[in-house]
Write a protein that binds this ligand. Sequence first.
Ligand code: ZN
Length: 259
Amino acid sequence: MSWNCAVNPNAKSGIKAVMTHRKKQAKKKVGRCVFCGVRGPITREHIPAKAFFPSPLPSNLITVPSCRKCNSEWQKDEDYFRLCLVAREDTKGNRSRDELFPTVKRSLTRVDARGFANKFLNSLAEVEEFTPAGIYVRSGVSVSFEGARLDRVAEKVIRGLFYLETGRRVPPDYRVAIVHQSRVRHLRPAFRTDLLGFVAMVLETKPREFGPAFKYWYLPSPNGWARSHWILEFYGSREFYCFTAPIISAPENAARLPT
Ligand SMILES: [Zn+2]
């Protein structure tokens, strides 16, 4: 007796494909996104973005769990952030900045970057700096940047680093406040005094360095695990003073700095 089986010649490869798909699904990690807090499939996001570093990347560069949406959400702001910092006079001489400069310059000539490049080039201005006594300091290029875009990138970095340092997300009733160095002199006097006092304290801690491109200082507050103070330095320039505090008392234009 013989059996006439209708054998699908593709069955074996079909089964193989299903198995591979299942294996891939099993490998897909599920977790909570550090940035938006949504639970689901997660990828790993570099903090700060890989694009801020010349090759080879620092061996201690960190990654945090991120959903796909958040993983791509900041890319344009990060390109802009890198461009602003790398184009600035005061970061010249930093090894990572100098190594990145040709890449950043090339990225401006890409077809899809032309509109962006024009907008950016229009924001550049030749400047000459003088001390109050009228002594010439230097000439160079200043950039009038879109502060909100830089702040968004800094906030992302803080959320990632907060997770690294505490093992937890910034709580939903807390906010990350960002003060760019250029805004310090515009703060209310009492707030500015508090901020500068904290900056001095934070600088007494040991920074964590990721090559010459990035460095941060972290000082947790004794008043609660989620309260913290931070300084972010990119390409040798201390760019941001940041803190996490309950939403109710966090705005940087408040009379006093939350502790
Ligand atoms: Zn997310």
